[in-house]
Ligand binder design. Sequence first.
Ligand code: DAK
Length: 261
Amino acid sequence: MTPSYANIQVRIESEKVGIVTLDRPKALNALNDELMTELGAALKAFDADDAIGCIVLTGSEKAFAAGADIGAMATYTFADVYKGDYITRNWETIRSIRKPVIAAVSGYALGGGCELAMMCDFIIAADNARFGQPEIKLGVIPGAGGTQRLPRAVGKAKAMDMALTARMMKADEAERAGLVSRVVPFDKMMEEAIEAALVIANFSRVAVMAAKESVNRAFESGLADGVMFERRLFHALFATSDQKEGMDAFVNKRPAAFKHE
Ligand code: DAK
């Protein structure tokens, strides 16, 4: 039984894939404090569930999420946000999730919505997706990593363009720029995301988590340190039964049956 929440829906697909759907349709899935707390709880629950091998995070056809809730933050003062460490608490949870999280993005992914998608491990976009960091129009700047993750994904020129002009990037441009890994028609988006999630969920969980950790290390370290980190994880995987199983299955021309240990 999956728990029920007020601002998100959760379900399990094919017993292996956890799906979280942002569900505040009247506000285009604007990300308020309650929603982010629920999202963190749902992601942590799937991360802790041995049956789950991958998570898909999605929204509605019109909006993945149109940003943090502007109404909720409109009257805050500097002292409020600084002393209260404004929404840092529940926005950081997603970074601690060790299983892969795929963002399936349709419609608007703006401000915190774009940042949330970028915190996921990769993005599969519907052809109607629109990415943007329009905070400059509100007299602020991106606050959940947009000025850092966007240039790493699309380079300085496009990141500056988006953060300074507030223009939106369509799905095809986002794919060319490297922000999203695949673009598909909207009615195929969830099928594509779930299929990718099932592929991942059927591999060794240990190897999958190591791959995620190692790729993420590329953004935190220099090349030599990153390669050494990868080398040590690669070596460590030879201590798993899944490495024996995977290689034996290849040699003997049979499908691998991973035990995730
Ligand atoms: N917040 C609250 N309500 C929103 C919203 C938002 N971000 N976006 C849309 N809504 C609401 C609208 O107010 C409207 O509500 P009602 O008037 O019907 O009650 C409803 O959703 C439908 O929106 P529209 O009528 O505007 O729909 P349109 O199709 O005409 O336009 C739009 C869609 C997405 C172009 C437009 O709604 C829009 O521009 N929305 C605002 C986009 C935006 O500026 N987003 C960035 C927000 S700032 C941090 C973490 C995160 C953040 C900061 C710090 N820390 C961890 C420190 C993030 C900041 C942001 O995201």
